[in-house]
Design a protein around this ligand. Structure first.
Ligand code: ADP
Ligand code: MG
Length: 158
């Protein structure tokens, strides 16, 4: 069970107000879409929820706990970036397994969990030892790799 609440969250960079006070409650299991013109603060809102930006004012709650100042790795959340944000020098499996280091898993465990996530998005066949680097793959595979990386954080340890 996970629910997210934003309480009067704002974000400013110097004189620029990127986010006016936003209140949001996302109940468990809800699929929420943030829709609005470019520059209205969608990405900033998501980055604040994930902990990649700090709110200037206001609070972020997860299951009622104040996580406003927690590090991203302490939040057990994943974000899939529009620009893929893959590590170009790493193979698909290594890209998906890499963030699992933060959970303190051994290499073999990381790889098993990563493979389970890749299997869910249909990419497990790419992970043969001879597989190509992710960025040389067609776009659908490149899109699925970050999804697997996000999913791997939600799977039990391999
Ligand atoms: N790191 C940053 N430094 C300064 N201004 C930023 C930064 N990130 C975003 N902004 C500004 O904050 C506003 C909201 O941006 P953003 O959240 O990316 O909007 P959206 O995702 O809705 O297009 C924009 O005016 C943008 O230029
Ligand atoms: Mg955006």
């Amino acid at each position: 069970m996970t629910e997210i609440t934003l309480q009067s969250v704002t974000k400013s960079w110097g004189a620029l107000t990127a986010l006016k006070p936003i209140d949001l409650h996302i109940p468990h299991g809800e699929f929420l879409v943030l829709l609005g013109p470019s520059g209205c603060g969608k990405t900033t809102t998501m980055r604040i929820i994930a902990g990649l930006e700090t709110a200037s004012t206001g609070k972020v709650l997860k299951d009622g706990d104040d996580i406003t100042n927690r590090l991203p790795r302490e939040r057990n959340m994943a974000m899939v970036f529009q620009n893929y944000a893959l590590y170009p020098h790493m193979k698909v499996l290594d890209n998906v397994a890499y963030p699992l280091r933060a959970r303190g898993l051994a290499k073999a465990q990381r790889e098993r969990t990563a493979l389970a996530a890749l299997d869910k998005v249909g990419l497990a066949p790419l992970c043969r030892p001879s597989a190509e680097e992710p960025l040389r793959r067609p776009a659908p595979a490149r899109r699925s790799c970050p999804r697997a990386r996000a999913l791997s954080g939600c799977l039990p340890d391999g």
